[in-house]
Design a protein around this ligand. Sequence first.
Ligand code: SF4
Length: 579
Amino acid sequence: MSDPETLSVTIVDGYVDEPAHFGVPPYISTYPRYTAGALVDAGVPREEITYHTIDGLRDEPDRWRDVDEADLLIYLGGMTVPGKYVGGTPAEPDEVRKLAWTASGTSLMGGPVKFGVGEENAGATETERQDLDFDFVAKGDVEAAVHDVVESGLEGFDNRMRDVDEVSRWAREGAFIVEQHPNHPEYLIAELETSRGCAYRCSFCTEPLYGNPTFRPPPSVVGEVDALSDLGVKHFRIGRQADILAYGGDGEAPNPDALRSLYGGIREVAPDLETLHLDNMNPITIVEWPEKSREGIRIIAEHNTPGDTAAFGLESADPLVQEENNLNVTAEECFEAVRIVNEEAGWRPGGPRDPRPDGHASADEDAPTRLPKLLPGINLLHGLKGEREETYERNLEFLRRVYDEGYMLRRVNIRQVMSFDGTEMSETGAEIANDHKKLFKRYKRQVREEIDNPMLARVAPTGTVLPDVHLEYHQDGKTFGRQLGTYPLLVGIPGERELGKTTDVAVVDHGYRSVTGVPYPLDLNAASMDELTTVPGIGSSTAGDIVVNRPYESVADAEFGGEVDLEGFATARPLERAD
Ligand code: SF4
């Protein structure tokens, strides 16, 4: 029998990526936070709980000692959607096995890893359930398993789900773990759960394995944000739910009052938050309850921060694929939902469509252009049952229509299916995805060129200001970074700037999924040749002239000639004097 008060516990975060839950840095998922809270609730002292990310273990081999020496090792991880990540590298199955072998104490594994493990974390793969040599695998909620295994003296637990009271308590009590995350405090975004489960049953999706939706009431989520905010977290994403519009309702229809309590409550307890984004919204909800949805979308856009994305799971615009996979939204319905989100939330702060009385007043030509408040994103999935060549054409047609009719999409996400036990797709597996690999590649390139690039220029036109871009890595003489938030744009800035810092950036050019930017405001008295020539219309000879004729008293003072319009994003700072 182990006494909780003397128990040392190490939590290792191998990261998660589920259809409605993200936890690869700079995100921290709910799992380590709730697990830490469950441990404290079961009597384990906070100072006995150590938290490492898998990247933290890779960076500092000494940290493996905490894995070895803990009385209880908890591994959290699992990828149920494929992806490529900039901020961290998810644990590979071999690393997870090594954790189990290294642990001298009891080992327990949980999170979406319970749904299965593939050869690699990639699309078009099949997975199977494995214990990866751990003593225990939590087949219910890992936080409930952790709580119960500690109470049992590390003897065992029943697989069960936690209830609302538990999650409310554990979310608050476990918030302290964020301080041990390598990205804390500045570059960390906390994923927030508002509900689990889904009313629909798409063939490939693991979310229905959680059953019909259950919601955390507003005070439960708001209390958690309060605790996280007290610990210095300023960035939040309401990403752990299948459909934010259904929040607090009957499982399908929107409940704007619940959304108002949720968003209003968060703003009240974290008035200084810098990011408040969401992830999933179901387009079918918008089409079936348009008025309530419009109200809900307006509430979100009033409280969120710019650049927010409502990810729509269209998955396929082909009716045959929709039918065979039980997908719940048609291309026509999805188009309608795109239109409604654009109308209600596609405005820019301080821009002409800003509906807020003070926002509208500030709308003037000198206000920097910001990203729209909330735009739809489109998820398309390939390798589903019934997929044919025509499917690819139909998807392209849908995207072209959105573009041609003048609407904005924040991003298009194209993936190949991963097949999991317990979902209908497990019978088909990765066969169709593998057969269509060539087709998929060609189509992906078409989407990038025909849709993504011009759409990005519409969403973030030249001169759009992106505040607080975190500088992450150098490549080809440039510095790349992203803002914190949901599906942030990758920004390339000329020159190698100091990493780990943040800077405001003005967009000057567009790639497929990334933009080129210059520091904002661009100081004509200090900008480098590289920065100047990145601005559209400034060639190297104009840039040379700008440098030679320094200093300038004002932007107007500098003669560029030609069509160059720098007024919106350049400045001329006085030079510092030696005296
Ligand atoms: S609507 Fe379909 S894809 Fe979305 S969470 Fe529900 S089951 Fe999954």
